[in-house]
Design a protein around this ligand. Structure first.
Ligand code: ARG
Length: 411
């Protein structure tokens, strides 16, 4: 036997290189809090079902609570040799309370344990993401209400199309972010299931109570199928694909902020704190953060593609490939929250150049459709009205006259 937690059937130890290769402690320690919560729920259930004696269970509970306090105080030290957060915490518990710690893993596997931790992690972050999107929506709504009458060019093909209001424009993004909220809310349903009790894959012969652990952890129910419980990462894929779609929206908005703040458009001017300068060109005021939000969409698409690729041909149930499921999700959480906050602050503080926006609609013939519509309401077939106005536009372009400048007599 070797001194690994699973070392009984082994005669030789892995080299430190191999330990490092297989270990996940460097990143899965982000789930330490969730792992302790999962273990507490598990041992409380073992006590309630008399699988463990009250004396043993109470000792384990007390030890886990001491670990919770140490974690909160930043006093837990993890080691690579203990591979992952689950075995690290079990080793630390053993240091805390002695060999009785070995009873905690009764009727449990790391496979349902890690799935439980990961569900808890995502479940806790979903409301944070939803709140951050709603905050951005509130900024959009406030700005839109203040700009119902702020005329600006509407574009198709990035060519002036028809005049719109800045409020109308902003509410398009409000609608996109509303769908993002709804997608993350739907994601909550699939994250709100407890894998605990599935054990390695087949459940357990112990008379466990999965409803009790589910309830203790705040999940609405246990999974219905144990193989699914340990190998399902749909909730994480959904989180990443929702994050990717959200980043598409933020990136489009970021792109337009870059355009609107350029010299050529000049529709918006960023507040100084939301802009940056140049190390060489003294006059520069760049929309760096809008660009960075646009750029960060790339890493989120990468996170999604990464996990889709990990999952695509995995046989049931648990495979070590699944250890690769976490970093992309952690990265996505760390990325989308600041993107949402920065975007909200940037829009709330930007100066809107109403004169410039309105002026851009004055000599661009963007009222041509309305003129054609007017003729159509007078009985001219729309195709003919379109042709007439087209000729008027051509003449206007040649003589430097806008449609609103042609006298009625000439019409
Ligand atoms: N560190 C592992 C992971 O993140 C925990 C589960 C390990 N289970 C196993 N059968 N090797 O997926």
């Amino acid at each position: 036997a070797t001194n690994k937690l699973w070392g009984g059937r082994f005669q030789a130890m892995a080299t430190p290189d191999l330990d490092r290769f297989g270990a996940s402690i460097e990143f899965d320690q982000a789930m330490a809090k969730e792992d302790l919560l999962g273990s507490l729920a598990h041992v409380k259930m073992l006590k309630a079902t008399h699988i463990l004696s009250a004396t043993d269970a109470d000792q384990i509970i007390a030890g886990l609570q001491r670990l919770q306090a140490k974690l909160a105080a930043g006093k837990l030290e993890f080691s690579l040799a203990n591979e992952d957060i689950h075995m690290n915490l079990e080793a630390l518990l053993t240091k805390e309370i002695g060999p009785v710690a070995g009873k905690l893993h009764t009727a449990r596997s790391r496979n349902d344990q890690v799935a439980t931790d990961f569900h808890l992690y995502v479940k806790e972050r979903l409301p944070q993401v939803i709140t951050a999107i709603k905050h951005l929506q509130r900024v959009l709504l406030t700005q839109a209400e203040a700009n119902l009458e702020t005329v600006m060019p509407g574009y198709t093909h990035l060519q002036h199309a028809q005049p719109i209001s800045y409020g109308h424009y902003l509410m398009a993004y409000f609608a996109m972010f509303q769908r993002d909220v709804e997608r993350f809310e739907f994601n909550q349903q699939h994250t709100d299931l407890s894998p605990l009790g599935a054990a390695a894959l087949a459940g357990t012969t112990f008379p466990i109570d999965r409803a009790l652990t589910a309830q203790e952890l705040g999940f609405s129910a246990p999974y219905t199928n144990s193989l699914d419980a340990v190998s399902d990462r749909d909730f994480a894929l959904e989180f990443l694909s929702n994050a990717a779609i959200l980043m598409v929206h933020l990136s489009r908005l970021g792109e337009e902020i870059v355009l609107w703040t350029s010299y050529e458009f000049g529709y918006l001017e960023l507040a100084d704190e939301y802009a940056t300068g140049s190390s060489i060109m003294p006059q520069k005021k760049n929309a760096d953060y809008a660009e960075l939000i646009r750029g960060k969409s790339g890493r989120i698409f990468g996170d999604l593609t990464g996990l889709l690729t990990v999952m695509k041909a995995l046989p049931l149930a648990y495979n070590k490939d699944l250890q690769e499921d976490k970093e992309g999700v952690f990265d996505a959480v760390k990325t989308i929250l600041p993107c949402l906050h920065v975007m909200a602050g940037m829009l709330a503080t930007a100066k809107i150049n109403k004169t410039r926006m309105a002026a851009a609609t004055e000599r661009d013939f963007s009222n041509a459709t309305e003129l054609a519509d007017y003729l159509a309401t007078k009985g001219v077939p729309f195709r003919q009205a379109h042709a007439i106005v087209g000729e008027l536009v051509l003449k206007g372009l040649q003589t430097g006259t806008t449609l609103q400048e042609i006298p009625l007599a000439e019409y």
